[in-house]
Write a protein that binds this ligand. Sequence first.
Ligand code: ZN
Length: 472
Amino acid sequence: MALTFYNSLTRNKDEFRPVVPGHVGIYMCGPTVYSEPHLGHARGPVVFDVLRRWLEHEGYRVRFVSNVTDVGHLSDVEEGEDKLAKRAQLERLEPMEVAEKYFWSYFDAMARLRVRRPDVVPRASGHIIEQIELTRALLDGGVAYVKDGNVYFDVSAYQPYGELSGRDPEELLEGTRVEVRSDKDDPRDFALWKKAEEGHIMRWPSPWGEGFPGWHLECSVMSTKYLGDEFDIHGGGLDLIFPHHECEIAQARAAGKPFARVWLHWNMITLEGEKMAKSKNHFVTLAQLFERYDPVAVRFHLLRSHYRSVSDFSDDSLTASAQGLRRLRETYRLVSEGAGETAEPGAFEAARAAFAEAMNDDLNTPQALAVLFDAARDINRALEAGASPAYRAAARALFDELLDGVLGVPPTADALGQSHDLLDGLVGMLLEERQRARARRDFATADAMRARLEELGIEVEDTAEGSRWKLG
Ligand SMILES: [Zn+2]
């Protein structure tokens, strides 16, 4: 099967054809760095890391660009304040100090998830001149207008507007936020440049007065700057299709740039079956998650669902993923013992083909993992029957190439992974012991064990299916 992706722009699974044969340019909308990275930040980078690795495995040269928004989300302005500036006032820090702090928290968390650093990480604040230039070009082209220091994109002057989201003009209207004081000609119009009101901390001089760029602008500018006016793949979360990506396309194409050919959008992550919401405290930071689960197991769990489906995180599903990962690693450990120098030629060709088939089918990672689980089952059988050193070497090479190389999941646990496994095993053993005490109605012992565990920061919950635990 040829490499195919579901393209949100064509609403079709299309065969992939790069703009320049042998090369692939990818742009992924990165985070706004104003708070600790949370679970929702993990999916896109993991999916795109696997995409990048698979393209490289298939012989492409990839340039991967992912931005950092350090000017503040204009679409998320709360009570007229830019989030970065707001946070800065709370913490009494310079906005750039806040951005710098969370920039590194984000990349530290990504490193623990085994996400490779992008080739270019452009910051919005470092591309103000280019954003002013594009705004000027859109004004010159007659698709933008100035109103009292603000510059707006004139949606009515760009007919294809709505092409990505597929919304008609009525729906586009409904999608715009109700603004109390707006001087736009049409509510659908969006800001390219915003006038800085008094007290707004982040501001730059421009031909239209002091202000700051609209959020959508940075991605049109920075993607084409590093990848060319036409490039291969642009990605983001589903929630970015409208208005962010719709506006990005309009800005670029209205300025004569063909822009991205393929648009990939990943679905959201839910927590215990429910949408994450910071306002309801129903969310988890990556730092909190990594206390309880090996980051590699978190990555593995993300790859167990297709990127276009919802990925749910619960204690049960994460524990199941961690167990699945341990099974694959155990097979790898066993097969590595006594592996020869040279691999048996032709071994695992069918598994490799099935893995490629899955990955070429719009990056079907759950199917690719199923292929590896099947291979592990065959390998375990072969080991019982006394596998040859050459067979062992071939099996080890398969895991090195596909599990480690392509999926970015190391087949041996590092010290942290081992300590997570050890903790899991030890707490599991204690809970079994406690279960036995309960079964013989020795509740004093059971309660004492629970209290002792709680002192150590381990919360025990008794359910119909047995006892579960988490770090308190
Ligand atoms: Zn973007």
